[in-house]
Design a protein around this ligand. Sequence first.
Ligand code: ADP
Ligand code: ZN
Length: 531
Amino acid sequence: SSLSPAGTAGDALGVLQRVFGHPAFRGEQAAIVDHVAAGHDALVLMPTGGGKSMCYQVPALLRDGVAIVVSPLIALMQDQVDALLQSGVRAAYLNSTLDGETAQRVERELLAGELDLLYVAPERLLTPRFLSLLDRAPLALFAIDEAHCVSQWGHDFRREYRELTILHERWPEVPRIALTATADPPTQREIAERLQLEDARRFVSSFDRPNIRYTVVQKDNAKRQLLDFVQAHRGAAGIVYCLSRRKVEETAEYLAGQGIDAIPYHAGMDANLRAANQRRFLRSDGVVVVATIAFGMGIDKPDVRFVAHVDLPKSIEGYYQETGRAGRDGEPADAWMCFGLGDLVLLRQMIEQSESGDERKRLEHRKLDALVGYCETMRCRRQVLLANFGEDYAGKGQGQPCGNCDNCLDPPAAWDATVAAQKALSCVYRSGQRFGAAHIIDILRGSDSERIRQFGHNQLSTYGVGTDLDARIWKSVLRQLVAHGLLDVDAEGYGGLRLTEASRAVLKGESQVMLRKPSAARDRTRTARSS
Ligand code: ADP
Ligand code: ZN
């Protein structure tokens, strides 16, 4: 493009400084920019906030012609383009939100070589009309953003992404750069294969976000726990993720009623209100947005101080991407999650009752298992998260814990829960393997409830054998037994607990069960930082 004479070594840095106002490249950026500017293909795996945009925006300015940026997120194109225009870069976007006249003007600019970057939605790009326009335009490169959308197993699958190989087939000499923040090894392989980028150089950044502190608490009274957490961050911008639209509405209302500047965001809202809420979150200080995962893909707000999950996400990749929206400015930020057995039961049922095929269901259950493993781990959470991305965390020397997660800051105590586990398992067995945790706990604790009497469960030999532990501890025991595969959830039915193959050894006294001791103080603690 026109901003800099091509071909001198200092160019890339010059563009970065003059145009974008950044003093230096970060991490792998310099290597990626050089590689793409020289006309080679690249597959870039970089965490959210890592600075992926520079990896194609700088080469776009270094190379002749226009860079075509494929992005699935219509809402974000405008933000990106506005920011570029403000930096003096000739950028535009084409998607279904433009009126005909504006679209025609953009097309004219494209053909006249008057654009440095053009953002386009994949469905638009793939139209024969647009492809033939590209035949007549000078092309600098293709950038394929959110490249994991090509993966059928990912959480953002877009059918059109599968057809993007046409770019390579039709314009083999134009370099391509595919970028994503979702980078577990199987997804990496799938992206390379599906986009025909097997020969592209791979740039894998560390996914560690050292300024984010990870905390998981046991769900007891989720609303109250959330309020405490949010109040400890009073005045800070944050995102609260919920599973359903209804829960989003309820939670936002609850927080607002408690004096928090909280607003809802989900795909079912009126589009104008939703856009207004997003703008307010982006532009004002200290707004808390309560949202479904529809919110945030690509949100570039550097000073988000916390991301809270009051419902269990579906996978570690999803969780990591969502929490990655915190602390992009490098300042301390919190990723907090409130987790209970009910979440797990609900998600298991959602998977079972979905339309997906068996293979897909199995995969989703496995992903959920991995996430639950993260929630229940006694190890450094950062190590567990990064291991999921094939990364051996070595931030403080080989195998050292991070010092910035709840488990590092306040190491959990383990206790020998063998006897408790035996009581719980035999209680599940004797009550017919069809009741949920709350009822099992009632039996163990010898509660005199209506339901207990109705089923005659006060006659069971296990009735009242667990009065030595309080309900909170039992809750944690049952949850961990499920997490460790010693109990199973009947997800096709009503979500009752049942024994597994592995339960038998425990019941026979052949294996020991070590569990994490719940700490009331810790679960109530707002964050380790504010304690
Ligand atoms: P990603 O797309 O990987 O999530 P972005 O491209 O949106 O990340 O960049 C994240 C933030 O980092 C943005 O605020 C951006 O301005 C900033 N950034 C990117 N590269 C640099 C750099 N080299 N120096 C300083 N800030 C940078
Ligand atoms: Zn840690």
